[in-house]
Design a protein around this ligand. Structure first.
Ligand code: CA
Length: 218
């Protein structure tokens, strides 16, 4: 949990602990991001207005690195809700202050139930439209026929298919698939997307979102 208001932090920690969760608390965004990467929590509860990095920025940086740990935001104002949703940060839920700690615990449990049931575990086969990808065997079927992809092409398609419908920027794909930052050249992403599309042919599920990036859609 990342929250700079001690009274709220203590209350939430108390209720989550009572419910059986181990709670690690950070009081600023920079420490929160580092802790999320170090501790690999089952979920993050992020306040939005924080010293250092804002909660939204912490979430954005986790997602850019391909980290889909469930995130639940605490917002101080109703009008922040539009911003969270509009940012397409990949937030899993939010509660508006003041909130009941019981409700927050229930929301955390619900987020964990939903994400545990999602068919996007790292090794489970994924299907989007006519394309099925098996991460464990590293095989791809397009409309029932095997498709030969290079290692990078496979990783790119797997990254997109892990979150169908979610639009990834070229920078996110560079960080998540190639593992290096955007200055390496986003043109690389375009070239590989074109190759994957050509190999999938009419079954291609990669959609271009002009001015934004790419998504896998059925
Ligand atoms: Ca705050």
């Amino acid at each position: 949990m990342v929250e700079d208001e001690p009274a709220i932090a203590d209350l939430v920690r108390l209720y989550l602990s009572r419910d059986g969760f181990g709670v690690h608390l950070e009081r600023d965004g920079t420490g929160g991001l580092a802790a999320a990467r170090r501790l690999r929590p089952v979920a993050c509860v992020l306040d939005i207005t924080l010293p250092g990095l804002a909660g939204t920025e912490v979430c954005r940086r986790l997602r850019e690195a391909g980290d889909w740990t469930p995130v639940l935001f605490l917002t101080a104002r109703d009008d922040e809700v539009d911003r969270i949703v509009g940012l397409e940060l990949g937030a899993d839920d939010y509660v508006t202050k003041p909130f009941s700690p019981r409700e927050l615990v229930a929301r955390v449990r619900a987020v964990l139930r939903r994400t545990a049931g999602a068919p996007d575990g790292p090794d489970r086969p994924r299907t989007v439209g006519p394309v099925t990808l098996d991460p464990a065997r590293r095989t791809v079927l397009a409309a029932g026929s095997p498709v030969q992809l290079t290692s990078t092409e496979f990783d790119l398609l797997a990254h997109l298919m892990a979150r169908p419908g979610r639009v990834f920027t070229r920078e996110e794909l560079l960080a998540g698939v190639w593992g290096y930052a955007a200055h390496a050249g986003t043109r690389t992403v375009d070239v590989h997307v074109a190759q994957v599309r050509a190999k999938l042919g009419p079954a291609s599920v990669i959609r271009t979102h002009r001015g934004v990036g790419y998504a896998a859609n059925g």
